[in-house]
Design a protein around this ligand. Sequence first.
Ligand code: 5GP
Length: 207
Amino acid sequence: MSKEIIKKKGILFIISAPSGAGKTSLTRELLDIFPDIRQSISFTTRKPRPGDIEGKDYFFIDNNQFNKMISDSEFAEWAEVHGNFYGTAIKTLEESRKAGNDIILDIDCQGARILKDKGIRGVNIFILPPSWDELRKRLVDRGTDSIEVIEKRIKNGVNEVKEAIWYDYVIINDNMDKAVETLKAIIIAEHQRYENLSEGFLKQFLD
Ligand code: 5GP
């Protein structure tokens, strides 16, 4: 059977975690390991932090632009997180689906829940910090947020963990290398699910 008929199916990987649990670093490692995986770039009203790059970390927009995107139904999901708005554009998901690429969404549990309730199929992965003390230490060491913001993020984190029960996978990030290996195993295993196999995959063995 011709190779064109074996169409690749991309998978949507949704990763949520309390901030500071290491989600960003883990996602970066995955993108290095699997060069075909794309990362969804969200829109946010949060102000850029030092080092944030427009169009790479986020598309930074103001409240008016965000509200316009909501009223134009441009978001697959959006949510208010830690006092700022964040959203994933439908266009981003559509483009990767059409290209057959895997895509990673680094979004909070409200957004993940919206996608699940809309019936958008994805693999939901929740990353836990080793402990709240360790999380506080990481956020302080990161030096990008004030103590008040850090405490707010931890408080929100405790509520977010309650949502981990409906995720498909839960990983404790107590060791970066181990967490990367676990994520890698999940991605490889998900591609072997019958429903995720390329169209015509089995047919090539039957012709
Ligand atoms: P940060 O401002 O630290 O980059 O992200 C704060 C939180 O917003 C994180 O939990 C992150 O996962 C979440 N987030 C980032 N982009 C989106 C998005 O498009 N939608 C939703 N619902 N949450 C997002």
